[in-house]
Design a binder for this molecule. Structure first.
Ligand code: ADP
Ligand code: MG
Length: 711
């Protein structure tokens, strides 16, 4: 019954106000339900008892059954403290020697000494449960749990819960936790109603909730545990998908969009003048967008496509549909450099169409700005390209119909929301969000559960694979020689330094030192080296960037400002310094800067002496695959979805308690399909059989913020 679940834990037997306060401050547990939803993060198999002689150090938790041989109280320096009239404040530790028929070992306590000393009387037998460690040459166990032999763990598998030092010193040990949860189960289960309708349980072959809760905490065996785990994961993902899809349903029924029934002349002229044929994936995505635009509903589409997959062209053609229907379009990019590049490209494509394009960034002068403002208001400018300068209040469109946002993760949610209000006649413009940070499917389904997602999963023809290698410092000379060979062939080279915190002095020193080193190795007049970083003025940055883009510099030394979008087809070598400090998706983005021309390209990952296991795995993965989606999946597995680059600011709609987006993709897809199927038959969940579902979705955690405005 709901009321039991909602009861304050304080009233649970064995808790009381003090422990209740601890549970709240340490674990955020307030109600009995919260306690029952704290699932074990692992289980200990208490069915097996090890022999002392067979213990392997640094094993996971083990259990031995042994007799106490001696118990000694030792001082700070290991000196014995006399046992008659013991002054416990002089005692540093309790050292107990225990033995079974195969051997003996030491068990040590630093806390609760007095009590343990009284309990561990030589000659008596106990079960010791803990983690074996090596001290000196011998194996010992520090602070094991101690049980009387007939009073060991209840089930075969015992749940282990997240805990903190404060909880333990406050008396809420693992064992106490097990007891409290047992008491909570006894109280709640008899009257607990299932959160899922009976027919769902039947159709999906799930176990009932009371059984699942009992088994997740106190499994009788591994099979029962797996059934319980599956049921709880399914429920979690299913309810989440149900809530997201329901919102999507409601939005698509209610969101009026600007109708754009035709493709228009400008689109056709541009299309027919393209210097290349669109890839199948580009064509498919453009078709999806066309359908959206003429539907009469507002488009909210996320376009994912790996670096170099040709998203710009999709943006341009979409913008031209808006223009062809008498509306304006804007394309917002995160950096000045990228905006300029877009502007240059788009102008080229649009030349035969006669559509007027303008560029608006932070460095656009006052006079030019006035002219642009006027052109937007009188409608003579068809497409505006720019940085976030284009969402300022002073920028007013005559008839904005479509907004494209490139590299969406660089913009904050509120910046994106401001575009929303700039639509023609107060109607929100169609929104196309583009990202080159591939988001694993499972994450996209959840993160953008109510957006439509298009994927460009095909590269333009002729792209050669980028040969990726990792070099240690000992190969630096070989690296320079290789760079010289490439430059001799007429190619250009990127050298990127990590700048994790833009203000960090050390990083700038490294960059500066690296630059000086390169200038020394690649001297004028044979070589020209440009440098770009965040502390330069915009003019300086643009000047250097342009020098490289135009081929006047052979090498561009930079921080990650070049990460996004910049296209220099003649650059065929990407050197990443201290590559171990970059995240996987950043490395992938950087590598995407090369391999754009027809020449063989290279990505050299320079690594330091000390590389953590995790970092090494990232570098290895980079050398193994160029598939952004594979890398994104791996990244998610390694870091957990909460930390995925590009997703922090949008965050997950709800915190998952038991399911994992990285590992439970199959359950997620299944749950989503099933949720879709249910909503198909009962979009409002108003049928009596679905009452439990409707009730669940009314809970706070599903009252997610308005995702329709996520873009
Ligand atoms: P991204 O998806 O990273 O934004 P771009 O739109 O910058 O990729 O495209 C990368 C490069 O590929 C550009 O030089 C562009 O002109 C080229 N390109 C795009 N589509 C095609 C195509 N269908 N065939 C050949 N080249 C293409
Ligand atoms: Mg791009």
């Amino acid at each position: 019954m709901a009321e039991m679940m909602d009861m304050n834990v304080q009233y649970l037997s064995g808790v009381g106000p003090r422990r209740a306060a601890l549970l709240k401050s340490e674990l955020g547990i307030e109600t009995v339900g919260d306690l029952l939803h704290l699932y074990p993060f692992r289980y200990i198999d208490r069915s097996s008892v090890q022999k002392i002689a067979e213990i392997i150090p640094d094993q996971a938790y083990i259990q031995i059954r042994a007799t106490v041989r001696s118990a000694r109280l030792l001082g700070k320096k290991g000196e014995p403290v006399t046992t008659d009239n013991v002054k416990f404040n002089l005692v540093n530790r309790l050292s107990v020697i225990v033995s079974d028929e195969t051997g003996e070992m030491e068990v040590v306590f630093f806390k609760g000494i007095k009590w343990m000393y009284g309990r561990l009387i030589p000659g008596s037998e106990f079960i010791f449960f803990g983690k074996p460690t090596v001290f000196g040459n011998r194996i010992n166990m520090v602070h094991p749990e101690v049980d009387a032999p007939d009073n060991a763990g209840t089930g075969i598998l015992t749940g282990v819960y997240n805990s903190t030092e404060k909880l333990k010193t406050g008396g809420i040990t693992g064992k106490v936790m097990n007891k409290l949860i047992g008491a909570a189960l006894d109280m709640v289960l008899p009257t607990l109603k299932d959160t899922l309708p009976e027919y769902v349980i039947q159709e999906k072959g799930l176990v009932p909730l009371p059984y699942a809760l009992r088994q997740i905490h106190f499994p009788t065996d591994r099979y029962a545990l797996s059934k319980a785990t599956y049921r709880l994961k399914f429920e979690e993902l299913f309810l989440l998908q149900l809530s997201l899809l329901k919102q999507k349903f409601i939005r698509s029924r209610s969101s009026v969009g600007i109708p754009m029934p035709k493709v228009g002349e400008a689109f056709n002229i541009c299309y027919n003048a393209l210097p290349y044929e669109l890839t199948g994936a580009q064509k498919r995505v453009i078709k999806e967008i066309r359908e959206d635009l003429r539907s009469g509903r507002q488009m909210n589409r996320l376009l994912q496509g790996d670096v170099g997959s040709g998203k710009t062209m999709v943006a341009v053609l979409s913008a031209l549909i808006a223009v062809g229907n008498g509306y304006q379009a804007c394309i917002m990019a995160p950096t000045e450099v990228l905006s300029q590049q877009h502007f240059a490209n788009v102008s080229k494509y649009l030349a035969p169409t006669g559509v007027k394009v303008a560029l608006l960034t932070g460095s656009t002068g006052a006079a030019a700005r006035r002219e642009i403002h006027a052109g937007l208001e009188d409608g003579s400018i068809g497409i505006l390209i720019g940085t976030h300068a284009l969402i300022e209040d002073t920028v007013r469109f005559r008839r904005l119909g479509l907004a494209v946002i490139d590299e969406q993760h660089r913009f904050g949610v509120d910046q994106r929301a401001r575009l929303w209000s700039k639509g023609a006649d107060g109607t929100a413009p169609h929104i196309l969000v583009m990202t080159a940070t591939p988001i694993p499917r499972t994450l996209a389904m959840t993160l953008y559960g109510d957006l439509d997602v298009s994927v460009i999963d095909e590269m333009p023809p002729g792209r050669k694979p980028v040969v990726t290698r990792q070099f240690g410092e000992n190969k630096r000379y070989a690296l320079y020689r290789f760079m010289k060979d490439q430059i001799a062939l007429g190619r250009q080279v990127f050298v990127v330094y990590p700048l994790i915190f833009e203000s960090e002095k050390v990083d700038y020193q490294n960059l500066q030192k690296g630059y000086e080193d390169i200038v020394e190795q690649f001297p004028l007049p044979d070589y020209k080296v440009a440098i770009v970083h965040g502390q330069q003025s915009n003019e300086e940055k643009n000047f250097n960037m342009n020098a490289f883009a135009a081929g006047r510099a052979n090498i561009l030394v930079s921080t990650t400002v070049i990460e996004v979008g910049v296209d220099v087809p003649n650059a065929s070598v990407m050197v990443i310094e201290s590559a171990e400090r970059f995240g996987l998706s950043q490395l992938h983005q950087l590598r995407g800067r090369v391999g754009r021309g027809s020449e063989a390209s290279y990505c050299i990952l320079m690594k330091g002496v000390k590389v953590s296991k995790e970092s090494q795995k990232r570098l290895d993965l980079m050398c193994e695959t160029e598939d952004g989606f594979v890398l994104a999946e791996e990244d998610m597995k390694m870091r957990g979805p909460g930390d995925m680059e590009g997703t922090q600011q949008s965050g997950l709609p709800i915190t998952l308690n038991i399911a994992s987006l990285a590992h439970d993709g199959q359950i997620l897809s299944d749950a989503r399909l099933y949720a879709d199927h249910i909503l198909d038959r009962d979009p409002d969940l108003s049928a009596p059989v679905n009452a439990p579902l409707a009730a669940e979705l009314r809970k706070d955690k599903y009252l997610v913020r308005d995702y329709s405005k996520i873009s």
